[in-house]
Design a protein around this ligand. Structure first.
Ligand SMILES: [Cu+2]
Length: 146
């Protein structure tokens, strides 16, 4: 009986150590979507990023298996002209939510290798500072989606 308890404790200790080492990214991704882009090989992806942890989460890159290039962009209107500029990285502060939405931040996909149809999803991988990765599936909405 005593041996059995010792064995269980050993297992438990291993599990706790494993959980601490695993470093599961805390980033929560919600409402990922993109607009159907007929005849175009670029698309903007919008999503909501939530950081429930107590440390900042930094996105340092984006990849997509259906695009040759993906990056974080921000649309800004300067002297009446709408311009997009790339962001090297995007910080989601602890306890905060960052929204990538039309007219502001978005993930820009260049060189789409296949057409995206409404109802399908576009796969993305968010690359985090420290080596974590978060898989995202962005639902394709009709052209007039807001
Ligand atoms: Cu853009």
């Amino acid at each position: 009986m005593k041996q059995r308890a010792a064995f269980l404790y050993a297992c438990l200790a291993t599990l706790v150590a494993w959980a601490a080492l695993a470093q599961v990214p805390a980033l929560v991704v919600q409402e990922a979507w993109t607009r159907q882009a007929p005849g175009s090989d670029v698309a903007a992806v919008y999503l909501t990023l939530r950081n429930p942890s107590t440390r900042p989460i930094v996105i340092v890159g984006v990849e997509s298996s259906v695009a040759s290039h993906a990056m974080i962009h921000e649309t800004k209107t300067e002297s009446g002209q709408s311009r997009m500029r790339p962001h090297e990285q995007l910080v989601v502060p602890p306890g905060k939510t960052v929204k990538l939405e039309p007219g502001g931040l978005h993930v820009m996909l260049h060189g789409l290798t296949q057409p995206v149809a409404v109802g399908q999803s576009v796969p993305l991988v968010l690359l985090l500072d420290g080596g974590g990765k978060v898989q995202v599936a962005a639902i394709v909405r009709p052209l007039n989606a807001q």
